[in-house]
Design a protein around this ligand. Structure first.
Ligand code: NAP
Length: 287
C-alpha cells in the first residue's frame, strides 16, 4: 500500500512507455516487503539536468536512465563509478549526499547473467560482433574481467579500430583485436564464446542475421545475443543449429535491474526473487 513512508524510484528516458523496469522493481519490492514504488518519468529533450535536480529535491531514492540520456546525464551527477566513467554511459543513479552517483549496471548485469548461466569470460578467447554503444561497453567489460583476447568484428572497420585502441589503452594490454566483419573467415580455427552486439535481427527484422554463413557458427561454443526481442533471434538459432549454447539479452536486462535494486536498498536479491522478477518481465512482454 502506498502511504506516507513510501519511497520512490523511477526511470528517465524518452520514450519510456515500453519499459519493463516497473515489472522488475515493483515485483522485487513486493516480495521483499519494501515500501517502494517504481514509476516511469518521460523527460523531454534538454530537461535532463532539471529532472535530476527535481528528483533529488523530491527525495527520490534512485533512478534508472535509458535512451537517449545515458551519456548526457553524467554532467548532472556528483560522482561516477569507474567502469561507467570508462564506458561513458550511466544507467543507474544512486542517491548520496548532495546528489546522485552514476553506475553502469547494464554491463554488470550482462556479467551476472553470464555467471548465472555458468559462462565465464576470464581467460576466454572471444568474438564480439559490433562496435556501437553496446559492443563498446561489452569490450570494456571483457577487458576488465580478464578475457584473453576479443576479436571485435564490425561492418565499419574504423569504428572497431577506434574502440580497440581506446579499450587496449585503458586495459594496458592488447586484448581487443579489431576486424572487418566480412573477414570472419580469418578467425583462428577454434571455438569461441561469442557476443552479438549489433542491432541486426532486432524485431521486426526477426529473420536478419549479421553473418549468414553457417560455417561461422561452427566456431561458436556459446553465443549471447544482446537482443531480447524476438526471444529467440536468428543468431541464436544458427548457434544452436551448429551445436552451440545460445542465450538472449533478457537476463542482462533483468540483472541490470536487480543490481540497481540492490544498490538502492542495500540488499542482496536471491535467486528465487530474481526468478519472480524474470517471470513478471516475461508477462509484461507477453511471452
Ligand atoms: P548502435 O550504437 O547503433 O550500434 C549498432 C551496431 O550494429 C554497429 O556495430 C553497426 O555497425 C551494426 N550494424 C547495424 N546494422 C548493420 C548491418 N546491416 N550489418 C552489419 N552491422 C550492422 O546500437 P547499440 O546501442 O550498440 O545497440 C546494439 C544492440 O544491443 C541493439 O539491438 C540493442 O537492442 C541491444 N542492447 C541490449 C541491451 C540489453 O539490456 N539486453 C542493452 C543495450 C543494447 P556499423 O558500426 O558498421 O554501423
Amino acid at each position: 500500500m502506498i502511504d506516507g513512508k513510501t519511497r520512490t524510484c523511477g526511470l528517465i528516458g524518452n520514450p519510456v512507455e515500453h519499459t519493463m523496469s516497473p515489472a522488475i522493481h515493483n515485483t522485487l519490492a513486493d516480495r521483499r516487503g519494501h515500501n517502494l514504488v517504481y514509476v516511469p518519468f518521460l523527460v523531454e529533450e534538454g530537461r535532463v539536468g532539471d529532472a535530476i535536480k527535481g528528483a533529488y529535491a523530491l527525495n527520490i531514492l534512485g533512478m534508472n536512465v535509458t535512451v537517449p540520456y545515458k551519456s548526457e546525464v553524467m554532467e548532472s551527477l556528483v560522482e561516477v563509478d569507474q567502469l561507467a566513467a570508462q564506458i561513458g554511459a550511466v544507467n543507474t543513479l544512486v542517491r548520496m549526499d548532495g546528489g546522485y552517483k552514476g553506475y553502469n549496471t547494464d554491463m554488470l548485469g550482462l556479467y551476472r547473467a553470464m555467471t548465472e548461466d555458468g559462462v565465464q569470460i576470464e581467460g576466454e578467447e572471444m568474438i564480439l560482433l559490433g562496435a556501437g554503444g553496446a559492443a563498446r561497453a561489452v569490450a570494456y567489460l571483457c577487458a576488465s574481467k580478464g578475457a584473453a583476447k576479443v576479436y571485435m568484428l564490425n561492418r565499419t572497420f574504423d569504428k572497431a579500430k577506434t574502440v580497440a585502441e581506446e579499450v587496449n589503452r585503458a586495459a594496458e594490454r592488447e586484448v581487443i583485436v579489431p576486424m572487418l566483419l566480412s573477414d570472419y573467415g580469418k578467425l583462428p580455427d577454434k571455438r569461441f564464446l561469442a557476443i552479438q552486439g549489433t542491432s541486426v535481427g532486432l524485431a521486426p527484422h526477426d529473420e536478419e542475421v549479421v553473418i549468414e554463413d553457417e560455417a561461422f557458427y561452427q566456431k561458436i561454443h556459446t553465443g549471447y545475443d544482446l537482443i531480447y526481442r524476438p526471444f529467440e533471434t536468428r543468431f541464436m538459432r544458427m548457434v544452436r543449429q551448429a551445436g552451440g549454447e545460445a542465450y538472449n539479452g533478457l537476463k542482462m536486462l533483468l540483472y541490470q535491474g536487480i543490481i540497481a535494486y540492490e544498490l538502492w536498498n542495500q540488499v542482496e536479491i536471491t535467486k528465487e526473487d530474481a526468478q519472480a522478477a524474470y517471470a513478471s518481465m516475461k508477462e509484461a512482454m507477453g511471452i
